[in-house]
Design a protein around this ligand. Structure first.
Ligand code: MG
Length: 155
């Protein structure tokens, strides 16, 4: 067995979609990024690459590469799962999102289902939790940033 952790942060700006785990969440603001900015999928990719000691998302998919402009992060995740993960497989993933607004509770199950389907996992292997920043911590508390953390166990 091997374990990996991932962490990511994106600024939230107007006229961008808020994409979390491949699900578009109704919101006034979305992630500013070279790709679609899916902070949750980026953290999961980093956790997977970390568990394999194979570098990080930036070394695999450089944001200076025009190929990844507005990239669908779910496709990047699928590439890691098919090309980097074997012969290992995922036992479970556990993630936490930190976002002041909008409230994520109504969307958590949709995010879990979408991740499980995309990753070929059962729903009970995918945990997604969400918290606010209690209105503090600068941009996080004012709703101008989002953080995602992920832990993955592979065997
Ligand atoms: Mg990112």
């Amino acid at each position: 067995m091997r374990i990996g952790t991932g962490w990511d942060l994106h600024c939230l700006v107007s006229k961008r979609a808020l994409v979390l785990g491949g699900v578009v969440i109704p919101s006034d603001k979305g992630e500013a990024a070279h790709s679609d900015g899916d902070v949750l999928v980026h953290a999961i990719i980093d956790a997977l690459l970390g568990s394999l000691a194979k570098g990080d998302i930036g070394s695999h998919f450089p944001d200076t590469d025009p190929a990844y402009k507005d990239a669908d992060s779910m496709q990047l995740l699928k590439k890691v799962l098919s090309e980097d993960l074997p012969p290992y497989h995922i036992e479970n993933i556990d993630t936490t999102l930190i976002l002041q607004t909008p409230k994520l509770r109504p969307h958590i199950e949709a995010i879990r289902k979408n991740l499980a389907k995309a990753m070929g996992l059962k729903l009970e292997q995918v945990s997604v939790k969400a918290k606010t920043a209690e209105g503090i911590l600068g941009e996080l508390g004012s709703g101008d940033a989002v953080i995602a953390q992920a832990t993955v166990l592979i065997s």
